[in-house]
Design a protein around this ligand. Structure first.
Ligand code: FES
Ligand SMILES: [Fe+2]
Length: 450
């Protein structure tokens, strides 16, 4: 049985009495004087039960925990239970060797940054980050500053974040609302929601300049499925559904378009961006890296599917056991965040940790040099959550991000230091790490293509 209590200034904490973890083990309760801070897997696994004690439970359960129609949950549950029964996981055909050079070579890095980050479509934001006309998000990807701005017509446009007078960046990185127009901080040229140049102080000094030729530089943007994608190259037109290779409707079925924004947090990692991405792609490390922090995680068990370069990884949670022998209709009701969770790799640089309560898009970006990267966690929370519940879900997402920061990325940095020093000359991806095979096949294919 789980009890949830709210503690002033510290958000929600959870403690529980003895319970069976569905693997035949009895989990001891936390002592009352050692109430443990909420942890994401505890929250994720048991949130539906914890909500029994919350007054808003029925509304949340009725509206938020509805399976997304686009995901065949019954099929995923059957496959995961099969692995648990056989003590197996999804296996690749062979062991894979990835040369270390691909993580440390500055020339290769420069080519990848140009191809993958400056000339290809990328996930750049949740729709929920720009809910209203005038809302913007300013980011810099591969040293290219960009703005995404929701116009008065409700659609999102993308621009280079560069003034057309003398090039100052117009908006600081982050999200906000421009109000009626964007005003450059340097000489106060102003631009409207469509990027048109609308104001020049002392404009007699610029006659006969054609204002219509000095609007902001537009970049291609597409918004669909509750997400925004863009290409930094003004000539880099793309079709989002083609780019998503059939994954789009499944992503859309999670209902992210109706979620609301949670926290946004950024960390730096002294490691190559591909090593950072690698940390999201296998469950082999769970019991060794997350020994105490993810006690309910099931190690080395996952299902993997790919959609072009994009990957869906599905991980079982302990409570999946209660679905054994249930009819397909009930398997289809499996809850993401309780029975299993999904991580989508949206190629090349975003890992979306997905539950029915909320999601984190971990956006990994290369730094200025081969051994630097940053990761930003962009959170969204189901629109069915009120403020109290939202803070509880956000606390869980924050906790998860803290594990990436303090447990996963330090290992990534250790790997980078070794590779930079010349050993080993190749990394080994086991047959039990098939998502790494797919990801690096895609990196190699995308960067070698003309
Ligand atoms: S650089 Fe923007 S107004 Fe001068
Ligand atoms: Fe991890």
């Amino acid at each position: 049985m789980l009890l949830a209590t709210r503690q002033r200034r510290q958000g929600f904490r959870i403690f529980y009495s003895d319970y069976d973890d569905n693997a035949g083990r009895v989990v001891k309760p936390s002592k009352p004087d050692r109430i443990k801070p909420i942890d994401w897997l505890t929250l994720s696994c048991y949130a539906p039960y914890a909500l029994h004690v919350l007054p808003q439970r029925s509304r949340f359960m009725d509206t938020a925990v509805q399976p997304a129609a686009g995901v065949d949950r019954a099929d995923l549950v059957r496959r995961l239970l099969g692995h648990l029964d056989a003590k197996s996981t999804r296996l690749a055909d062979n062991v894979y060797f990835e040369p270390a050079r691909g993580y440390i070579d500055p020339d290769q890095f420069a080519g990848e940054v140009d191809k993958l980050f400056r000339r290809s479509p990328l996930w750049v934001a949740w729709s929920a980050e720009l809910p209203n006309a005038g809302d913007y998000k300013a980011i810099e990807i591969a040293q290219v500053p960009m703005i995404f701005l929701r116009g008065k017509d409700g659609s999102v446009r993308g621009f280079r974040n560069s003034c057309t007078h003398r090039g100052a960046t117009l908006l600081p990185e982050g999200t906000g609302c421009i109000g009626r127009r964007i005003v450059c901080p340097y000489h106060a040229w102003s631009f409207d929601h469509d990027g048109k140049l609308t104001g020049i102080p002392h404009d007699q000094g610029f006659a006969p300049l054609d204002r219509s030729q000095r609007g902001l530089t537009a970049i291609p943007v597409q918004e669909k499925y509750g997400m925004i994608f863009a290409c930094a190259d003004p000539d880099g037109q793309f079709d989002l559904d083609d780019h998503l290779s059939g994954l789009g409707p499944e992503l859309g079925a999670h209902g992210w378009a109706n979620f609301t924004a949670g926290n946004t947090r950024t960390i730096s990692c002294a490691s190559n961006y591909k090593l950072a991405m690698d940390t999201y792609c296998e469950a082999y490390h769970f019991p060794y890296v997350h020994t105490n922090s993810l006690p309910t995680a099931i190690p080395n068990t996952m299902e993997v599917d790919n959609f072009g370069h994009h990957i869906r990884m599905t991980y079982p949670f302990g409570p999946i056991d209660e679905l054994r022998g249930r009819p397909d209709g009930e398997l289809a009701q499996a809850v993401l965040g309780q029975h299993m969770f999904i991580v989508y790799i949206i190629f090349p640089n975003v890992a979306v940790v997905t539950t029915d309560f909320g999601a984190s898009a971990y956006q990994v970006l290369p730094g200025a040099v081969v051994g630097e990267s940053t990761t930003t966690d962009h959170q969204i929370v189901t629109g069915a959550a009120d403020d109290d519940l939202k803070s509880m879900i956000v606390a869980g997402l924050d906790y998860n991000f803290s594990l990436v920061d303090t447990e996963d990325y330090p290992l990534s940095e250790r790997v980078f230091r070794s590779l930079r020093a010349g050993t080993p000359s190749a990394l080994v991806f086991g047959r039990n790490e098939p998502a790494l095979h797919l990801l690096h096949d895609s990196f190699n294919a995308a960067t070698s293509a003309q």
